[in-house]
Design a binder for this molecule. Sequence first.
Ligand SMILES: [Mg+2]
Length: 175
Amino acid sequence: MAEEQKVKKEALEIIGQFQNLPRLVVFDLDYTLWPFYCEFGDEDENPYLYPQAKGILLALKEKEIDLAIASRSPTPEIAKPYLDKLGIRSMFVAEEIFSSWTHKTEHFQRIHRKTGIPFSSMLFFDDENRNIESVSKMGATSIYVSNGVNLNALRQGLSEFSRKSESSTSGSKRK
Ligand SMILES: [Mg+2]
């Protein structure tokens, strides 16, 4: 718990360094929020997150940034109880968990329809390059994570988001 609060505080400091913030941050599940494929788990197990994930979710929430899930896991019946057990399910405004041949374009269309938030105001974290490629083509800032979501990935994501939104709104920059 103490560690979680420490990460949250650091995440809040990182978020505070940026003026152009995403309105929605979207996370993959397997190997992004948690370090396993939940399709190989079962409901009796106790799931756990990457060590810095919870603190980051709490910080984004505190800054009133919406959170969503985009997962191609074929087992939403395992993933959803895991989110419940972790006590984080209610933090997400959209929860798209279904297997699909598209590389999450369908997941993002649904998230956009549900939230009304444009892709250009979204930041996305995932551990698979093909998803990163297809979602960034849709206009969302997409960040590849090799070791789960952590403070470095958050910093990188926010700075890429901020750079992108400055170049697309040049002339109306706030200093
Ligand atoms: Mg994954």
